[in-house]
Design a protein around this ligand. Structure first.
Ligand SMILES: *Cc1c(COP(=O)(O)O)cnc(C)c1O
Length: 450
């Protein structure tokens, strides 16, 4: 019996992983999530300390793919996708920095995108189907998705990005791929790109084009993000010993990965959801009143400029509540239980810069703005609850070289560009340009499909 995924809105039938992945969002506009998770035994978890990352990924993901992906095929996907290191650097005593920046686009989003692309490719092949994946990006998602789906048969990717809002390296990571990847530079803001993509999905005139999305609400992007928490715990903790995780959060997909790991039996002492000025979640956790932030606030940790985290619908469901896709709470979750498990703190840009500086001065370890938010969130928690002897893992979600200006301002030099990024930066670019005009985009889609 394959595991079933239910919609958080409760109005669509439950489906298996294959259908949930291909659909993205449930027909009732809810998000797919299991009601109950498969659990690891103590001995199964204890064995992880002797396994490489890709093998842990295989053991975690195989709990969801029973009857859908054969074990040898899944093992191959894991070995191919996770062929890069996952460094855990000692900060001090039992506090570690987990760097999720060694994938092809130097962002933690590679972990999810790489696996999702392989699963997508397999399911489409089996159905003899082709799709066009549309994504709007402010930088990191687009490059991770484009790299992951590059040369996957049956998939064409169209990425829209705001021309003036992405950095040069972010742009080059998308625009140098070619083949089945098209990039469109939009003369507008990220919100314009997202609005154009949303309209295309809803447009009856485009029904003949099989469109799909790879955005962060897809369950295929969430499950692989639980693996690195198992991995980190297996390296920094004794078997059965609870770990503190501090996670820089925007749409809360990364943080939900930690929740999934815990639901599957990983001992977790506290999950720290550190956010920037977009502080809807810490306010909700404190008061029980949820007010999304619209428009979202700009801050240095720009990949987390999210006014309403869609994954909160999943988090609320774990605690017995219900939140719809607009952020309205239909059934309040158990807030006391949530507060016991999760701490959340909002970090200003000023503190983000200070965190980067202090971390470098104290430990000679380099952060970028997102990792610095996680570090400061950890400090806030630690001021209220002493860490004592617990192991703690601070999650760094991007490579400092992706933020050369911010890092240079603080430490006085620009970080080296990792070799995984260098190749892209040297290749010639190729992208289309467009006004923020939906009718033009629609014509473009029809022409590209012909
Ligand atoms: C996307 C992103 C985040 C936020 O992750 P969520 O899953 O949306 O919370 C944090 N840091 C970086 C560098 C990112 O690209």
């Amino acid at each position: 019996m394959p595991l079933l995924f239910h919609s958080t809105n409760g109005q669509s039938p439950a489906v298996n992983l294959r259908e949930a992945l291909l659909a993205g969002q449930a027909p009732d506009r809810g998000l797919y999530f299991p009601k109950q998770f498969p659990r690891f035994t103590f001995n199964e978890l204890a064995a992880f300390s002797r396994l490489p990352y890709h093998e842990i990924a295989f053991r975690v993901l195989s709990k969801f793919t029973d009857g859908i992906v054969s074990p040898p095929e899944l093992a191959k996907f894991c070995a191919d996708a996770y062929n890069f290191p996952v460094p855990l650097e000692v900060v001090n005593f039992r506090t570690f920095l987990m760097r999720l920046d060694q994938g092809p686009t130097a962002s933690f989003k590679d972990f999810a995108a790489q696996m999702m692309a392989r699963l997508f490719g397999k399911f489409l092949r089996e159905d003899n189907r082709q799709v066009t994946i549309l994504t709007a990006t402010s930088g990191d998602t687009g490059s991770a998705v484009a790299h992951a789906f590059h040369k996957i048969p049956g998939v064409r990717v169209i990425v829209l990005f705001p021309i003036a809002e992405v950095s040069e390296s972010q742009r080059k990571l998308m625009t140098t791929l070619r083949d089945n990847i098209r990039t469109v530079a939009v003369d507008g803001k990220f919100d314009d790109c997202q609005a154009m993509v949303k309209r295309a999905f809803a447009d009856a005139d485009l029904k003949h084009i099989p469109l799909s999305s790879a955005n962060s609400i897809n369950i295929g992007r969430l499950l692989p993000q639980s693996v690195y928490y198992f991995y980190a715990a297996s390296r920094v903790a004794q078997a059965g010993e609870p770990v503190v995780f501090s996670i820089p959060s925007g749409n809360f997909g990364d943080m939900m990965g930690a929740i999934v790991a815990r639901e599957m039996g990983l001992p977790v002492r506290k999950i720290i959801a550190a956010v920037n000025d977009n502080d809807a979640f810490p306010k909700f956790l404190a008061s029980g009143d949820y007010q999304k932030i619209s428009p979202s606030r700009n801050s240095l940790s720009n990949a987390m400029n999210v006014g309403h985290a869609s994954n909160l619908a999943r988090l609320v469901s774990v605690y017995g509540g219900q939140m719809d896709e607009t952020g309205k709470i239909l059934q309040p979750p158990n807030l006391d239980a949530m507060r016991r498990d999760i701490f959340s703190s909002s970090i200003s840009d000023e503190r983000t810069v200070a965190g980067l500086r202090d971390f470098w001065n104290q430990f000679q370890l380099l952060l970028e703005p997102h990792g610095s938010v996680a570090w400061q969130g950890f400090q806030d928690w630690n001021a209220m609850e002493p860490l004592a002897n617990s192991p703690a893992v601070i999650v760094e979600t991007a490579n400092p070289a992706k933020f050369p200006v911010e890092v240079q301002k603080v430490v006085g030099w620009e970080p080296d560009v990792p070799t995984n990024m260098l190749a892209s930066l040297r290749l010639p670019e190729d992208f289309d340009r467009m006004d923020a005009d939906y009718e033009k985009f629609k014509t473009y889609l029809i022409q590209k499909h012909a």
